[in-house]
Design a binder for this molecule. Structure first.
Ligand SMILES: [Zn+2]
Length: 379
């Protein structure tokens, strides 16, 4: 009896251990699978070296795309707290302490035929631009900005949910960072009648998530894609790319000049300040409107994003009539209060007689006509 009981307990323990091992394996396997699929595919070295070596901004030796300015990292000069990756797992201490105003959008809020000229900012760098009766969806991100749901949580819910998107003509992607390129959204749109425009080598990610090759237009800097009356030109930015530990700069990043029949717009993408703004202003300006990234700056990474003063300098260099600030209010990327950048940029714009448009998230505006407010000031 005693021996039988001992044997039973031994077997039970064995089964429990095996069961736990299987659960652990499944969990680990599931997480690895999710991670892998979120990262997405990239081209092979041979494809990159074969196709991109003709560009001055691709180094076949390093097998990397090259920023017009080397990206500087000064960890010891970081302000605002610990810059380590750990911070992306928690709740941000810099998040707003009141609910941000926003217009929650549903399909019904969009006209069947897109306007001749209008814009909806959807938080951070996601937006819809309507131009010449076409609808362009830029860097659509509706959830968090990391490869797993627990990483880089949103500070506010998106005013538009993926399922409520209206019909889209063009999806425009600036680069493959998680706060600009969201796998679920690309997969959701993959079978729709849409032209996907992205910088060189980003197409492999989208193909991996189900977008047919013939729907993807990849652009190098100063290359143009057309869509009806629109012409969309990719232009340089000082930045970098990557979604994993081993794919830095294997894909290109870009800003865009979006030209319609009567309007000439600029979308900054992510960028540090450099001569490229003057050159883009000379080549493609003047602009009726420039969407410029304003948040994410830190002395620890001084040329990955624009400092507020540089936002104003960039507008001057580009020769734009109107500034539309983007890349704020949604993710805490740079260890400063969520509203610091927009407050400074709005004051600087006023001091410099630069017209600025600051709609709340989800609001439809006709730039230059619809009045907007300083909605970030707590009620
Ligand atoms: Zn970025």
């Amino acid at each position: 009896m005693f021996i039988a009981q001992k044997l039973y307990l031994k077997l039970k323990r064995k089964y429990i251990i095996s069961f736990l091992a299987i659960v652990m394996l499944l969990l680990f396997g599931g997480t690895a699978y999710t991670l892998n699929s979120q990262i997405g595919r990239i081209d092979s070295v041979d494809v990159r070296q074969g196709e991109y070596s003709k560009h001055s901004y691709y180094s076949p030796v390093k097998d990397e795309f090259i920023s017009p300015q080397e990206i500087i990292s000064n960890p010891e000069q970081t302000t605002g707290g610990d810059p380590g990756f750990r911070r992306f797992f928690g709740t941000s201490p810099n998040a707003p302490d009141f609910e941000l105003p926003k217009y929650d959008l549903t399909k019904k809020d969009f006209s069947e035929k897109p306007s001749a000229y209008a814009a909806y900012w959807l938080g951070h760098s996601s937006a819809i631009i309507e131009l010449d009766g076409y609808r362009i969806l830029i860097d659509p991100v509706f959830d968090n900005a990391g490869p797993l749901p627990v990483i880089a949580k949103r500070m506010s819910v998106s005013p538009l949910q993926r399922e409520e998107m209206p019909d889209i003509d063009i999806v425009l992607i600036t680069h493959d960072h998680y706060d600009h390129l969201e796998k679920e959204t690309i997969a959701f749109l993959a079978d729709k009648d849409i032209q996907f425009i992205a910088p060189l080598a980003v197409g492999a990610r989208m193909k991996g998530w189900g977008v047919p090759k013939d729907k993807i237009t990849e652009l190098g800097w100063d290359e143009i894609a057309t869509h009806g009356t629109l012409s969309i030109t990719a232009a340089p930015t000082v930045h970098y790319s990557g979604r994993s530990y081993n794919d830095r700069n294997k894909t290109l990043w870009a800003s865009y000049v979006i030209k319609g029949k009567n309007k000439n717009l600029y979308w900054s993408g992510d960028t540090g300040y450099s001569e490229h703004f003057k050159e883009i202003g000379r080549k493609y300006g003047p602009f009726d409107l420039a969407f410029i990234e304003i948040d994410g700056w830190n002395k620890g990474w001084p040329n990955t994003h624009l400092f507020p003063e540089e936002v104003i300098d960039a507008c001057r260099d580009l020769n734009t009539r109107l500034l539309f600030p983007i890349h704020f209010s949604t993710f805490d990327l740079a260890l400063h209060p969520w509203d610091e950048s927009i407050a400074i940029v709005a004051d600087l714009a006023a001091e410099n007689n630069l017209e600025i448009i600051t709609p709340v998230m989800g609001e439809k505006v006709i730039p230059g006509i619809t009045p907007t407010t300083r909605w970030w000031i707590s009620p």
